[in-house]
Design a protein around this ligand. Structure first.
Ligand SMILES: C[S@@+](CC[C@H](N)C(=O)[O-])C[C@H]1O[C@@H](n2cnc3c(N)ncnc32)[C@H](O)[C@@H]1O
Length: 312
């Protein structure tokens, strides 16, 4: 983890209070902490940094990691194609990330990509602000993103059919400098960042995957600045009880709180002056992109991801 992140970090266990860490750095190279621990000055919780990856998810358990589909080699390979297929010149690649990138106005400050997976949008944000951080609960995703950051290229075995694989090499363009990005394991429901520290916040295809969608938005609002801030949320709104109980969905139901459609409800929450996400956001016209996940050569999932971009 780049040492410069230390000044931004706070203990996610102690939220809503914000206490800084004391870093015990065991091994460091070129400003990168490779091995060490971060200790909360208040509750004394310890968060390790292992092989350069800071593990800052306060809810993570070994058993959860063992059953998380986003930790498997096959899904890592699938997401690497989804994120970087256009760089590979693949005729079937999705243009979704390029469209989302075009929605963000370049500005100074720090970007945070929540649930950023293997890093595509974080790299793109690094190209249009001072520094971009990708967070995800999947260690395998964060490792892949960091490997790309360090080595600038990555050989990926894509599933062809059955047990057959073929290798492709992802190479990052020079417009996405590695000095301007970092990736950490963290949870979107308890972000290890100081309030009002983030200028650009993105949540792509995440809000329907978390056990408390409103808590995700509250955390977004806590860490983003009151002014000169942008927020991009895009999602297929595939609400499911596997991720969260119906009562806490932000849409997809006929009655009760947040009845109706998720996109409209999120836009209304953002625009409310006195609500959970105050100070109010100015919400642009909504839209959608076709986002694609590849399973093997003859199987793709096409997903309509509906977006809202807001600023304040
Ligand atoms: C459907 S994928 C979307 C990935 C990426 N944002 C994109 O659009 O390509 C959802 C991602 O959210 C991550 N995730 C799920 N729950 C999370 C949480 N509570 N905090 C942070 N990341 C989470 C998963 O590991 C996965 O990478």
């Amino acid at each position: 983890m780049k040492k410069q992140l230390l000044e931004l970090l706070i203990c996610p266990h102690c939220l809503p209070h914000e206490y800084p860490f004391v870093a015990d750095i065991i091994r460091e190279r070129d400003g990168d902490i490779e091995t060490g621990t971060l200790k909360c000055q208040h509750c004394a919780a310890l968060f390790p940094i292992v092989d350069g990856v800071a593990l800052l998810d306060p809810f993570a358990t070994d058993s959860q990691r063992a059953t998380n589909k986003y930790e498997t080699d096959e899904v890592v390979s699938s997401y690497l194609w989804s994120h970087f297929g256009d760089l590979l010149g693949d005729e079937h690649a999705s243009q979704a990330y390029a469209t989302w990138t075009g929605l963000m106005r370049p500005q100074g400050g720090i970007a945070l990509d929540a649930g950023g997976a293997v890093g595509r949008f974080t790299f793109a944000m690094g190209g249009c602000c001072d520094f971009a951080i990708g967070i995800d609960t999947s260690l395998a995703f964060i490792r892949a993103a960091r490997q790309l950051m360090r080595e600038r290229s990555l050989v990926v075995a894509l599933k062809d059919e059955g047990l057959l694989r073929y290798e492709v090499t992802i190479r990052l363009p020079e417009t996405w400098p590695s000095e301007r990005v970092e990736f950490v394991v963290a949870n979107a429901l308890a972000l290890p960042f100081r309030k009002k520290s983030i200028g650009l916040f993105s949540s792509l295809n995440l809000v329907d995957k978390v056990p408390s969608p409103l808590q995700h938005l509250r955390e977004m609002n806590r860490v983003t600045r009151d002014r000169q801030a942008q927020f991009l949320l895009s999602d297929p709104f595939s609400w499911s009880t596997e991720a969260a109980p119906v009562e806490v969905w932000l849409g997809g139901k006929a009655d009760g709180a947040f009845m109706g459609k998720g996109l409209a409800n999120v836009a209304a929450l953002l625009a409310e002056g006195q609500g959970a996400l105050a100070p109010a956001w100015r919400v642009d016209a909504p839209g959608h992109v076709w986002w694609k996940i590849r399973t093997h050569s003859n199987h793709y999932e096409l997903i309509r991801s509906c977006f809202v971009h807001a600023s304040r």
